[in-house]
Design a protein around this ligand. Structure first.
Ligand SMILES: [Fe+2]
Length: 373
């Protein structure tokens, strides 16, 4: 399998994983052949990446932080909470808490709690994907801090509901493809206070949970909003959800720009560690996330091309890879980058092969011929 950008040149490729819509409804099954119409339909619905079958790398398991079932359970809880709020009725937080418990239970029992967390948006996207992703990433940070279960539950709930104030922002503004005007931006920023009010007044949530909604756009140097808080005047939950929110937002496609690779986001957030973002939360996050997600292609020094085959719990910077092309490579070679510190990674290849790279070997042709798709 291979995770690739969804574009027209994928016509004829076969899905290695099914695609689901809102509420977990199955849209396309595994094995579906992508047609031009299907690709356009998916793009128009906001899908940005798909996992396609590749003969040479068909044995790879993508990084799933949580199961499909738990994602659907969480989406349903958020959907019901949202529709009740929109109808002016107080939603029951019990369902949301149960979803958070399910996420924690899975992360707890999953070896990926220790490494290889990926943004859910890297392979799926719908209305609630960002909130679920921020929840998963925040819990991972809290787990790294060694927090007890009860504290992780509160953090997870705060993170899952951090953007709940957006239910009171007009939909056409939320979905506006172009840049926002100053007025629109000011209105958009009100989602923090709106969320805090909803949580503390309508939902009767604790101050801790409500502060996630209020403070996830605050920055340590005071440049954030809504209150321009600095340093430790920002709550712990505000600091953690801010780091998880920025990481997830940067690694997702936006109407005006493409998704930024995890390794580039890492460089950005390390640069602003202790300036904008809480240093401990940044370090904790990047000890957990997969900087090179399974199924993505890497350019290695020396002109080699490799695909990430699995995460290595020893280091999220040095995954297991399969070298599929480059000087003297006649057949694919599986390598542990952790055990081979001499092999250096240039950068992540999304959907192209740089000019001048030579792929060798008859059965590699399949990878070569569409590695620029
Ligand atoms: Fe937000």
């Amino acid at each position: 399998m291979r995770i690739v950008d969804l574009h027209d040149r994928l016509e004829g490729a076969y899905l290695a994983l099914p695609i689901h819509g809102d509420g977990g409804k199955l849209m396309l099954r595994t094995g579906t052949r992508l047609t031009r119409n299907l690709i356009r339909t998916l793009r128009s619905r906001g899908y940005i990446k798909v996992v396609v079958k590749k003969p040479l790398i068909s044995d790879l398991e993508p990084d799933h932080p949580i199961s499909f079932q738990t994602r659907v359970q969480t989406e349903t809880a958020l959907e019901e909470a949202t529709s009740k709020l929109l109808a002016g009725k107080p939603p029951d937080l019990k369902q949301v808490l149960e979803a958070v418990d399910a996420i924690i239970a899975e992360l707890w029992s999953n070896s990926r709690m220790s490494s290889g967390i990926v943004s859910i948006q890297s392979y799926d996207r719908n209305t609630y994907t960002h909130s679920i992703s921020v929840c998963v990433l925040s819990i991972s940070i809290g787990h790294c801090y060694g927090w007890p279960l009860q504290k992780l539950r509160q953090l997870g709930t705060a993170a899952l509901l951090h953007d709940i104030g957006k239910v009171l922002i007009p939909l056409d503004l939320l979905n506006k493809p172009g840049p926002l005007t100053a007025e629109e931006y000011a209105l958009m920023r009100t989602h923090c206070e709106k969320g805090w009010k909803l949580l503390s007044e309508c939902l009767n949530a604790s101050g801790y949970i409500a502060s996630g909604a209020l403070e996830h756009h605050e920055r340590l140097d005071g440049s954030g909003y809504p209150r321009g808080l600095t340093g430790d005047s920002i709550s712990e939950v505000g600091k953690i959800t801010a780091v998880a929110d920025v990481y997830d937002a940067m690694t997702a496609d936006r109407p005006h720009r493409k998704a930024i690779f995890p390794d580039a986001v890492y460089a950005h957030m390390i640069q602003y560690k202790d300036v904008l973002f809480d240093g401990a939360a940044v370090d904790a996050l990047f000890s957990k996330v997969a900087l090179y997600p399974t199924g993505t292609f890497l350019s290695l020094w020396g002109g080699y091309i490799a695909v990430v085959t699995a995460q290595d719990p020893r280091s999220n910077l040095r995954p297991f890879v399969r070298i599929v092309g480059g000087p003297g490579i006649a057949k694919p070679i599986d390598v542990s980058l952790y055990s081979r510190p001499d092999i250096r990674i240039n950068f992540l290849l999304n959907d192209y092969v740089p000019d001048g790279h030579r792929m060798i070997g008859g059965n590699l042709q399949d990878v070569v011929s569409d590695s620029d798709t």
